[in-house]
Design a protein around this ligand. Structure first.
Ligand code: DX5
Ligand code: ZN
Length: 220
């Protein structure tokens, strides 16, 4: 089973409820919500009130990707706002173990994200604490960037690490994912896919969700 998580960053913010409704009806699994602070990444997006509004819509569980400095200050707030899953960046957490425990404590699923330049060795020790490892396949900050091919090998290596460890976190890929690379990512061991431009940039976002799933399942 693969997860398709459309990213609201590429949606039409003037018609957010309609956009979410379209992808929910098409069978998307979670709604990916990119929170950016203009410090850790060179873009500023949305905060707790929008997350709360999306949670109130009740259409899809929220997969909240925190691209912010000092995420510890915000974990409780986003969990209370309705995040089902909270992913923090390894690069922003000097006390990553503590931060991941705080996410669990707040009642959300635990995710850790890695930038393209961050090695997998930085998460070996905390793998048993997480439900999801998010492998960035672009440098975070914007939708519509080109997929970085080395992410495929990184997913393969991570899948081997996960098999060896006594844990089963899902492997999620975010950035430039589309019908042209999703099957290769599934074959490499990923099971969860964020897609911004490939879904909301398409004429028919519902059809795009379906074709991503079909392309992904062909790689299984
Ligand atoms: C990038 C974000 C992604 C982005 C994906 O920093 O984390 O979630 O919205 O968009 P696409 O699929 O267009 O690369
Ligand atoms: Zn994201």
């Amino acid at each position: 089973m693969i997860e398709i998580c459309p990213s609201v960053l590429s949606a039409d913010f003037a018609h957010l409820a309609d956009e979410v409704e379209k992808v929910a009806a098409a069978g998307a699994d979670l709604l990916h919500v990119d929170v950016m602070d203009g410090h850790f990444v060179p873009n500023l997006t949305l905060g707790p009130p929008i997350v709360e509004a999306l949670a109130r819509l009740g259409k899809l569980p929220l997969d909240v990707h925190l691209m912010i400095e000092q995420p510890d200050r915000w974990i409780e707030i986003y969990a209370r706002a309705g995040a089902r899953r909270l992913s923090v960046h390894q690069e922003t957490c000097p006390h990553l173990h503590r931060t991941l425990e705080a996410i669990r404590q707040a009642g959300a699923e635990v995710g850790v994200a890695l930038n393209p330049a961050t090695p997998l060795s930085t998460i070996t020790e905390i793998l048993p604490l997480v439900d999801t490892v998010l492998v960035m396949s672009v440098n975070p900050g914007f939708s519509g960037q080109r997929f970085i091919d080395s992410a495929i090998g990184k997913v393969e290596t991570l899948a081997a690490m996960v098999r060896q460890a006594e844990c089963r976190p899902r492997i999620q890929v975010d950035g430039g994912v589309g019908a042209g690379n999703i099957a290769r990512l599934v074959a490499a061991g990923a099971t969860s896919f964020v897609a911004g431009n490939a879904v909301f940039g398409a004429d028919d976002p519902a059809a795009a969700v379906a074709s991503l799933r079909a392309a992904g399942e062909s790689g299984a």
